[in-house]
Design a protein around this ligand. Sequence first.
Ligand code: 3PG
Length: 306
Amino acid sequence: MKVLIATQKPFAAAAVNAIREILEKAGHQVALLEKYPDTEELIRNISDVDAMIIRSDKVTAAVLDAAPALKLVVRAGAGYDNVDLEAASAHKVVVMNTPGQNSNAVAELAIAMMIFMARNQFTPATGTEIMGKTLGIQAFGNVGRLVGSKASALGMKVKAVDPFLSKQQIEDGGAEALESLEELYSSCDYISVHIPATPQTIGSIGYKLITSMPKGATLVNTARKEVIDEAGLEKALEDRPDLKYVTDIAPDNLAALKEKFGLRVFATPKKMGAQSAEANVNAGLAAARQIVAFFESGCTRFQVNK
Ligand code: 3PG
């Protein structure tokens, strides 16, 4: 089978080599399309591809139309809002993710972002410490749990809300379980967001939740920019000069936010949560192994379109 690694944001070379080794050993042919400029370029390269490994690369209906041999897409990572699942199912293409494989890298970045903002983006102004502060985790999945355990080790008090977990499951993960987002936001000095972008969550974090945060609080977003109501965020930062926002996914209104709020806002230049050599290798290898198992035995573990 021909497997295309299509990554606008490339994996570390070590990950590409390891993916290639696993796939070639199993008799597959590997092609590489990195740093491609747009979806049109992807479309030009997939007419004979049987499987693809992607990251945040967009797999639209047009991409699927251009790949008549395609049977499997593996998103090397957690979030799969970049794949049109309905169109994939209509094309009889299986879509999988590799949950948990890049979680530690994202969790480490969330912790780093808290400290970076607490220390005024490493400028000489007097900052604060995170020890003794309260962290609220919105969604206690693979990343949320890791952020929680690292924060506990740094002396933070950790609370979490997750509608898909029981109180007991959250407590077993080391956090105090709260029932509502309102309770979480209003009682935490830091909120770390770990929800996927879905029709239910898009634009769900807005003015009301943000302004309910205590004095001096910071909102940390290493999830997706779409979950934030950006106009609501801007107004909240305007009305509450004590609040801060740090994100791994630049908002559309970043220029306005930077101009108005200076060091109270920071966005990484390019999403980098999962951009560690370890995360690339973990997610890339998992994707390669899932492809081998799919073609060898029809294994569809981690399929996300049913
Ligand atoms: C994920 O959903 O796994 C992360 O957001 C990482 O995305 P990336 O592979 O585009 O860096």
